[in-house]
Design a protein around this ligand. Sequence first.
Ligand code: CA
Length: 228
Amino acid sequence: MPANDILIVEDEPAIRAMVAMALERADFAVREAGDVPAAERAIADRRPDLILLDWMLPGTSGIELARRLRRDEYTRDVPILMLTARAEEDDRVRGLDVGCDDYLTKPFSPRELVARIKALLRRSGQDDATLVVGSLRLDTLAHRVSANGAPVELGPTEYRLLHFFMAHPERVYSRAQLLDMVWGRGAYVEERTVDVHIRRLRKALETHQCDHLVQTVRGAGYRFSAQA
Ligand code: CA
């Protein structure tokens, strides 16, 4: 499984480098941004698994970015760990108010940081090794899918699509939402591409009598559901 993708948003190069090194050593994939516009570009390109966000940034503040991310469906569920030089109770409360999941006061030790990140990823279910819906099992570590114990052969896009569906069952997603969530906002693909890959996914699942899990919701999009 690809390493968890962590985006660091921090304007001080020395801190950014220190954090990046600690995270790489802990086997995370790291991307860096020095301000909010750079962070927004990186996020549009690919949705990170977690965002480390400095409170004090030049121009737009970290707290404003957190607010924007929480308002946007694309990033609503991405865990945010706020880095702050302030330890005042008020600021902490404000950070949690706008939807930050946790905060860490500078200076912090790399070990503490890595421990908090792992805890947040665990809480958000992103390190769940195995997803199960109906008779389907998806092993995110081995990148394997099986149905009633038999291996299911999938292309890389169908795998990502199925992974997303299994992590978010029982909800309707429009084609545009699936494009954002599975392909990333930076991808310039047409909505009918979604239909192409849904068709391939169903075909692969059909062999195992699991294609009914991928449901078309007329006029709305698709839903992954173990219920008829
Ligand atoms: Ca700063």
